[in-house]
Structure formats: C-alpha cells, structure tokens
Design a protein around this ligand. Structure first.
Ligand code: HEM
Length: 291
C-alpha cells in the first residue's frame, strides 16, 4: 500500500475513540510526558534559556537516536505495522540533524560529536526493536515525531530566539517543509496508527514500549545535563589555573575545549565512544558522592 495515497480522505474523516491506539498511547504516556517536560533540559527550554552547549549536545544525541530509528523504520517499511505510519518524505530527521551538526561543528562534525551512554542504550533498543519487534516501532516513532510536531515546534522558536540564530541556520531539525499543517498531519498520523492491526498482546507491548521510549528520552536529557555540569566544573577548575588572557571568552569555549579532549579520547570507534560514556557515567557517579 502507498501510505500517502488517501491522505486527504483520511485527514477529513477521522473519528477517534478511547479504544484507539492513538488515545491509549497518549493516555499511558501522560505521566511520562509531564516528567519529560520537567527535566532540567526541558525546563531550561520553557524558561526560554537554552544555551548553545545544551543545544549542541542535544543535537549529537538526536543524531544517534534518529539514525537508529530511521534505519529501523526503513528496513521495516513494508511490515504491516510500520507501512501505515511510514512517512520518510514528511518526517525523516537524519539529514536535517546532519546539516545542523555541520553548522555548529564544521565539516568534521562526525569526529567531534559527544554522546552519553543513555543515548547509546536508546539507540541499541531501537535496533533491537527493529530486528525483533517491528510492531513496537510505532511507539518509538510516535514518541519522537509527534513530539517534534507538537511541543518541538515551540522548542524550535525558543532555540532560534535564545541563540540568536539567523535564516534557519542550525535549526533544520525543527523544520518540516513537507508538512503544511502540523495539526492536520498529526490527525492523519493518529488515524494511521489506529489502522494498524494488533493482537491484545502486541497492543500491550506497544503501550509498554511507548512508556519505555519516554523513559529513554528522560534519561538522555538527564545525562546531558549531568555532562554539562561535569564540563562546567572542569571549566571552572581550569579557569582557576589559566592566566586571565588565555581564558575562553564564553561558555562555548569551555565546551569546545571539552569536545577537543573528548575527541582525542573518543575518536574514531563507537567502542571507544561507548567507553567514554561509561567513563563519564563513572565520573558523574563519583561526583555525586564527592559533593
Ligand atoms: C518543553 C517540553 C515540552 C512541551 C512544552 C511539550 C508540549 C506538548 C504539547 C502542548 C502537546 C500537545 C499538542 C497537541 O495536542 O496538539 C504535546 C504533545 C506531545 N508531546 Fe510534548 N512537550 C514537551 C516535551 C516532550 C518530549 C520531551 C517528548 C518526548 C520525547 C514529547 C512528546 C510528545 C508527544 C508524543 C505528543 C503527542 C501527544 C498526542 O497527541 O498523542 N513532548 N507536547
């Protein structure tokens, strides 16, 4: 089936009831949504105070998440539980994120990105779902894409304002040029979700997986903030020993120094990246006990 064939009709005649997957998934993830909104990263956003360091680190994680999600969706595009919600033209984010990373880190962004262990765990789960439970992919696609088309649009405007970004540069992630109305598209997406045939057991699995997907996002946000606190502390310590004229001018300088360190430790293999993740987690753990 061509998933785009009857977009107009489906958008117009949507009748959603409590027993529909779209309603059930919204209801089981309600509390998780509130928790996600209340992570430090999302609270910074809601205060309109996102920093360049926060946004850059978020982009690095989003890259790994969408790489795994979109790989899993692409390789299951014709699976009966995936085909109805497969909208690469409208939703795919990977290229947009690559563009943003290139804007902030330069051509060799691939060498410089920093990814916390929680992100690697999330990506790992996405790969597992792609190969073992493609019917659960709807839970992950819903959590990310419908989020991007909802609160995500507000986050885009806040990022633009608080970082003073011009002409959409560095903001491709938030932009969906093939979606003319986010609300109408979300209605269509919900009706496509509701058309997926699932056994009771599969439906329960999908609902649990949606809660897990939110959990992964919360863990990623929390770990990003922890990394930022660790690098801020390192920066503070370095500042105490650096003669004034060598001090970085802005927070970004501190982060870039950290990224350089990370780069030399992490590049080039994923295994080393994972080890760095573990190292940061250990450092964080030690930090918590030390203070
Ligand atoms: C500052 C943080 C956030 C704010 C202010 C926010 C706000 C919103 C709002 C207002 C809606 C309802 C839109 C509508 O009904 O059309 C929504 C929906 C949604 N959000 Fe968020 N959100 C935030 C963070 C997140 C995060 C971190 C995720 C997941 C990673 C997420 C996932 C979703 C999803 C999946 C929906 C669709 C719910 C549905 O209609 O079934 N949101 N969000």
């Amino acid at each position: 089936m061509d998933p785009h064939s009857s977009m107009q009709t489906q958008t117009e005649n949507v009748l959603i009831t409590d027993s529909d997957l779209s309603e059930q998934i919204k209801s089981v993830t309600k509390d998780s949504h509130v928790r996600a909104e209340n992570t430090e990263l999302m609270l910074s956003y809601q205060r309109g105070q996102v920093s360049l360091e926060q946004y850059k680190l978020l982009l690095c994680s989003l890259y790994k998440i969408y790489e795994a999600l979109e790989e899993a969706l692409d390789s299951n595009a014709s699976h009966a539980s995936v085909a109805p919600i497969y909208f690469p033209q409208e939703l795919a984010r990977l290229e947009s994120i690559q563009k943003d990373l290139e804007h902030f880190y330069g051509q060799d962004w691939h060498e410089k990105i920093v990814v916390p262990a929680a992100t690697l765990r999330y990506a790992q789960r996405l790969r597992e779902v792609g190969s073992e439970h493609p019917e659960y992919l709807v839970a992950h696609a819903y959590t990310r894409y419908l989020g991007d088309l909802s609160g995500g649009q507000v986050l885009g405007r806040i990022t633009q304002k608080s970082l003073g970004l011009k002409d959409g540069k560095g903001l491709s992630f938030f932009s969906f040029p093939s979606v003319t109305s986010a609300n109408r598209f979300k209605q269509l997406y919900r009706s496509r979700m509701n058309s997926i045939e699932l056994s009771e057991k599969e439906r329960e699995g999908v609902l649990n997986e949606a809660v897990t997907a939110f959990e992964f996002n919360i863990e990623v946000f929390d770990e990003l903030q922890t990394m930022l606190r660790v690098t801020d502390k390192e920066g503070e310590l370095r500042h105490r020993h650096i003669p004034h004229k060598q001090k970085p001018m802005k927070n970004e300088g501190m982060m870039d120094e950290t990224l350089q360190i990370s780069k030399s430790i992490m590049s080039p293999t994923p295994l080393l990246r994972m080890l760095l993740g573990v190292f940061v987690a250990l450092a964080v753990g030690m930090g918590i006990y030390a203070f």
